[in-house]
Design a protein around this ligand. Structure first.
Ligand SMILES: O=C(O)CCC(=O)C(=O)O
Ligand SMILES: [Fe+2]
Length: 279
């Protein structure tokens, strides 16, 4: 398996994108409309936020899941026992956001959501008829004005050498949502598991935007689109002492959206959050 880079502006980009999602659960786009300067600024400003102390004033609300999640409470991936080495902030437009960071992060949220709508439309257009007719509504409609779409600002701190044995930045997992949109992180480390069980490095130069399908798209498409396992490995060499930041946008449908005979978006999410141990 190879992750080929798709030109967002190519005439057949929609088809290439959907083929890649179907075959690998991932797609890599170049020439995309995400603003690089905005993302760079967000990485810089949020690095300072994570390095400071006032993040503790934004401690997450367990009911609504917005705010800052310190490393001590962060996720344990499904099927794992050791916590990931990461802290993160959950941004929702309705949630708490530090004033000085609000404007840029909400601009990015809007920017990435606009692209997301287009990409979901590509999926609708290019997937086989029988998969499309299985969707309870057009995919872009599922996320229209959704209050559940989550932007996670992730900080993987430098390794101190005192980490729990076996702990990694992000243990192998699948994402819960429909699609995840991920601008290149500021350091390498993301890997995707191929069908034959090999780990493949995902390119992290900014020109590339990474998109992966999650469990909800797998559920809604009766397995046509895979939800591919991925992880973030620990740094080596000089990078050991460096932070890594990333900025995944998790597209979550409105809660009442029917995904399948078994699940609405809401029942599916509750089940998965319980498994993650965060509710
Ligand atoms: O940090 C990354 O590159 C990926 C993060 C991720 O997979 C997640 O938070 O679900
Ligand atoms: Fe993920």
């Amino acid at each position: 398996m190879k992750l080929s880079v798709i030109d967002y502006r190519a005439a057949d980009s929609a088809k290439q994108f959907v083929d890649s999602l179907r075959n690998t659960g991932f797609a890599v786009l170049k020439n995309h409309p995400i603003n690089q300067q905005l993302v760079d600024r967000i990485y810089q400003d949020w690095q300072a936020f994570f390095d400071g102390e006032n993040k503790l004033e934004y401690l997450f609300n367990p009911e609504t899941q917005d705010g800052f999640f310190p490393a001590e409470v962060s996720e344990t991936a499904k099927g794992h026992t050791v916590k990931d080495i990461k802290e993160y902030f959950h941004v929702y437009p309705w949630g708490r956001i530090p004033d000085s960071l609000r404007q840029d992060i909400l601009a990015y949220y809007a920017n990435a959501n606009t692209l997301a709508t287009e990409l979901l439309d590509w999926v609708d257009q290019e997937c086989p008829e029988e998969v499309m007719t299985g969707f309870s509504m057009p995919l872009p409609e599922m996320i229209l004005d959704s209050q559940k779409t989550l932007l996670r600002v992730l900080h993987y701190p430098p390794l101190s050498g005192t980490e729990e044995i076996g702990a990694v930045r992000a243990a192998a997992h699948e994402d819960i949502n429909l699609l995840t949109i991920l601008p290149a992180a500021n350091k390498p480390g993301l890997e995707v598991k191929t069908r034959d069980g090999q780990w493949l490095e995902v390119p992290c130069d900014f020109g590339n935007l990474i998109i992966n399908s999650g469990d909800m798209l797998k559920e809604a498409s009766a397995g046509y689109f895979p939800s591919t396992t991925h992880r973030v490995v620990n740094p080596k060499g000089a990078d050991t002492g460096k932070s890594r930041l990333s900025l995944p946008l998790f597209l979550h449908p409105n809660p009442n959206v029917v995904l399948s005979e078994r699940h609405t978006a809401s029942s599916y999410l509750q089940e998965r959050l319980r498994e993650l141990g965060v509710i």
